[in-house]
Each structure stands twice: as C-alpha cells, then as structure tokens.
Design a protein around this ligand. Structure first.
Ligand SMILES: CC(C)(COP(=O)(O)OP(=O)(O)OC[C@H]1O[C@@H](n2cnc3c(N)ncnc32)[C@H](O)[C@@H]1OP(=O)(O)O)[C@@H](O)C(=O)NCCC(=O)NCCS
Length: 160
C-alpha cells in the first residue's frame, strides 16, 4: 500500500473512487480542473488499485479540504485519517497556517474522523447540502491550526 500525490491525468480513477463514496460523484473533468486549478493538489492511497483520495486547495496562507473519499471495502483501516494527516503536512509545506473543511451535519463518520484529527467547529452553512425529498442538511465548517511554516523557525530567518 502507498500514499502518493495524484495528478489531473489520473482524474478518471479519482472520479471512480468518488462515485463509490457519494451518491452523486464528481466527474473526472471537475476533479481534473480542481487538481490543476490554483493551489490544487490531490493525494491518493492505492494497493494496486486506488482505495481513497483527498483533494485540497492551498492558497494565500489557508488551505481547504475539498473532498475526501475511501472506497467502502477499505474503510475503518485508517486510510481516511492517513490522507487527512498527509494533506495537513502538504498544506503546511505550501505555506498554509490553517486547514478548513465543510462536512454535512448528517455524516457522523466524517465528523468523528475530523474531530479526532484535531479540527474544531468554527461555523455552519444552513441548508448547504440538498437531500432526497427536497430537504437539506447543514454544512459544519471546521478548522485545524497547522502551525507556522517550517521556514519561520529556520535559524537564518529568525532575525529578519
Ligand atoms: C469518511 C471516510 C473518508 C472515512 O474513511 P476511513 O478510511 O474509513 O476512516 P479511518 O479508518 O481513517 O477512520 C478514522 C476515524 O474516523 C471515524 N470513523 C470512520 N468511519 C466511521 C464510521 N463509519 N462511524 C463512526 N466513526 C467513523 C473514527 O473515529 C475512526 O477512528 P477509529 O477507527 O479509530 O474509531 C469514509 O467513510 C468515506 O469515504 N465516506 C464517504 C465520503 C465522505 O463522507 N467523505 C467525507 C466528507 S468530505
């Protein structure tokens, strides 16, 4: 098993994973545009076949998890947590000081994962996710501090 960066030309594989995790998955074209867009990056866990991925954006000192998906057969083995931790590390290297995300209030698995990974609730968006039957679920906005960039503690930078 390995965790690595994934690229826009792999968007078909990422979209296939996304479709197993969400009723209405994102298309390969949408995913490719986000990976290639400003600050976009994706990380993939695979074991011969793709098992899960995380898609993020790091821009202007802040980063955001845009989506996270693990195929049903590979869940509860720590892959989701590993992807979040790797994304936090990559976002910090890209200069982000905080990592944000939005998660549906009716998604206890993801809420548990994010709480366990050090995210705190900082807001909500009412009726953000459409649900069957014309109802809607709120989005919970969460944030995790990433700490200063590794360069800010580099001795040569300290007195500048
Ligand atoms: C949410 C998701 C990514 C979790 O992936 P995963 O690889 O199973 O997660 P992990 O095994 O790393 O679990 C880490 C922690 O998250 C929590 N968690 C994960 N699945 C859970 C579940 N079904 N019920 C309750 N808590 C759960 C637990 O706290 C777990 O720690 P533990 O196993 O030590 O108890 C996966 O269930 C998924 O793809 N769901 C559909 C898509 C989705 O909801 N994405 C997130 C919103 S953007």
């Amino acid at each position: 098993m390995r965790l690595r960066g994934a690229w826009a030309h792999e968007a078909d594989a990422l979209a296939a994973v996304h479709a197993t995790a969400f009723g209405q998955g994102w298309s390969a074209a949408e995913i490719a545009a986000l990976v290639d867009g400003p600050g976009g990056f994706a990380l993939l866990v695979e074991d011969e076949v793709p098992l899960g991925f995380i898609l993020c954006r790091a821009l202007a000192g802040e980063a955001e998890i845009l989506t996270l998906a693990v195929v049903p057969a590979a869940r509860r083995r720590g892959l989701g947590r590993a992807l979040v931790e790797a994304a936090a590390g990559a976002a910090a290297l890209a200069g982000a000081e905080a990592l944000f995300l939005e998660v549906a209030e009716d998604n206890p698995a993801a809420l548990d994962l994010y709480r366990g990974a050090g995210f705190a609730v900082v807001g909500a968006r009412r009726g953000y996710y459409a649900r069957e039957g014309g109802t809607a679920a709120d989005a919970v906005v969460m944030r995790r501090e990433l700490g200063p960039s590794p360069l800010s503690t580099y001795p040569g930078e300290a007195n500048e």
